[in-house]
Design a protein around this ligand. Structure first.
Ligand SMILES: NC(=O)C1=CN([C@@H]2O[C@H](COP(=O)(O)OP(=O)(O)OC[C@H]3O[C@@H](n4cnc5c(N)ncnc54)[C@H](O)[C@@H]3O)[C@@H](O)[C@H]2O)C=CC1
Ligand SMILES: O=C(O)CCC(=O)C(=O)O
Length: 453
């Protein structure tokens, strides 16, 4: 990775990068995400030297606020555990901090910083009034009882509630946090503040004022974006074979929408391994296993005769036309990319946040594989969260179809912005470049307009 993380050529960006690496020496994920954005900004900065004088890039790279707190909770055997909670308000130029909460044992400040930084540009791309934020904890939900999960959520919110508000900071779900956890968090927030502030969290169940189609939005949006990429190449996304990594919220609804369009999804995974079903995965079976029963994917072959589970394996060696990494960061490396390319993969769209390493992204680019970056591809989730905020503020609830149609419009518009910015700077078809520049230009304009704050 060191060879790829070279300092930018533009003197201003080079000096920002030098400071950034000094100040964030222990945050490799954050530096990876920041470098990826900064290398796209050179032509914009060369054209607009005012951005340097006003320190816009430094301001975007330094979180406005970071909160770290202790979360003490009691398990079912009455033993007390202590976890660490985080919430970063990265940038509020475009609106209240907006971004999910991740509960996973691997979570560190670095994880939340990289995710919060990405969220600034993703949220900007949606065109909606939302700033960038992220939070979470190193709590491991795996193997915990329902009451332990509830007690943890309550303990987490007992500290976090001070920093939230429908116009201040609005969390949602991410890895390990879905509708159930959001319900517990909202219940505790409501109790502590004695306010029914519906717009303070998104991803709520419909019974608590959540938006229909939020659960499906990230996965569906991922496929809508990939469909636009195919259309831009004069093709449709209505046949062929796909592989998807993960089998959580994003992966499941990515699989569902691909199947609805006529694509055969032959493999998906969890942290234990990969399941391959040559006849195409059975969505209902997956949903029952992973969403309802919360079981391991290794149990899937019990329901489908020709399916095989490969413990410890990633799905990237399975031949496919399209690949959708939807699990976690850096899960698809340079060797995986070479294997996908050798097997004829034509398109990769990132449903997860930063799932492809820089080496993998370079390999796709060199091989001419169409590559959709996370901050554009998976923006449908946060976009529908913003629609949930809008519904809550106006005390309305839209039908599933109304939300889904708006999601399709937003994804098409993000796709157009990425292509237009890439063309304007003579990088046609370079989606990562177009996404970074389009996301940056909108937020930079707002940062400038506020003056020095
Ligand atoms: N939930 C949402 O609306 C959004 C999620 N994302 C991103 O999508 C990705 C998946 O998130 P969700 O589906 O919400 O989470 P989830 O908790 O529902 O599912 C996560 C999936 O990833 C797998 N996984 C986690 N760590 C892994 C590892 N180290 N190796 C292999 N598999 C692993 C899990 O087994 C599970 O299948 C994350 O990168 C998240 O940041 C991005 C935008 C919005
Ligand atoms: O819906 C949201 O606010 C957060 C979604 C999210 O965490 C993400 O886009 O990575």
């Amino acid at each position: 990775m060191a060879a790829i993380m070279e300092a930018p050529q533009n003197p201003y960006l080079a000096s920002v990068w030098s400071d950034l690496t000094q100040r964030n020496q222990h945050d490799p994920l954050f530096l990876q995400a920041a470098h990826e954005v900064m290398e796209s900004l050179e032509p914009v900065l060369n054209e607009n030297p005012e951005i340097a004088r006003l320190g816009v890039v430094e301001r975007l790279c330094e979180p406005e606020r970071q909160v770290i707190f202790r979360v003490a909770w009691m398990d079912d055997a009455e033993r007390v555990h202590v976890n660490r909670g985080y919430r970063i308000g990265f940038n509020s130029a475009l609106g209240p901090y907006k971004g999910g909460l991740r509960f996973h044992p691997s979570v560190t400040l670095d994880t939340i910083k990289f995710l919060g930084f990405e969220q600034i540009f993703k949220n900007s791309l949606t065109g909606l009034p939302i700033g960038g934020g992220k939070g979470g904890s190193d709590f491991d939900p795996k193997g915990k009882s329902e009451t332990e999960i509830m007690r943890f959520c309550q303990a987490f919110m007992a500290e976090l509630f001070r920093y939230l508000g429908a116009m201040t900071d609005v969390p949602a779900g991410d890895i390990g946090v879905g509708g159930r956890e959001i319900g517990y968090l909202f219940g505790e927030y409501k109790k502590l503040t004695q306010r029914h502030e519906m717009g303070v969290l998104t991803g709520k169940s419909a019974s608590l004022g959540g938006s229909l189609a939020r659960k499906e939005a990230t996965g569906f949006g991922t496929v809508y974006f990939a469909r636009e990429m195919r259309r831009a190449a004069g093709e449709e996304l209505d046949s062929g074979r796909a592989v998807v990594s993960g089998s959580g919220n994003v992966a499941l609804y990515c699989i569902k929408k691909l199947q609805d369009l006529g694509v055969t999804v032959v493999a998906c995974s969890d942290s234990g391994g990969t399941v391959v079903d040559p006849d195409g995965l059975d969505f209902d079976c997956l949903k029952l296993l992973k969403e309802t029963e919360r079981k391991r994917l290794s149990e899937y072959p019990r329901f489908r005769k020709r399916a095989e589970f490969h413990p410890g394996k990633k799905p990237w060696s399975v031949a496919c036309d399209y690949a959708f990494p939807c699990a976690t960061q850096n899960e698809l490396d340079g060797d995986d990319a070479k294997q996908l390319i050798a097997n004829g993969c034509k398109l990769v769209a990132e449903g997860a946040n930063m799932p492809c390493t820089p080496e993998a992204v370079s390999a796709f680019k060199e091989a001419g594989v169409s590559f959709g970056p996370a901050k554009a591809v998976n923006a449908g989730g946060v976009a529908v969260s913003a629609l949930e905020m809008r519904q809550n503020a106006s005390l309305e609830s839209w039908s599933f179809n109304e939300v889904d149609e708006e999601l399709q419009r937003i994804m098409a518009s993000i796709h157009t912005s990425c292509r237009n910015f890439a063309e304007r700077y003579h990088r046609p078809g370079d989606y990562p470049f177009g996404a970074n520049v389009a996301g940056f230009v909108r937020v930079a304009e707002a940062v400038r307009a506020y003056g020095v704050t």
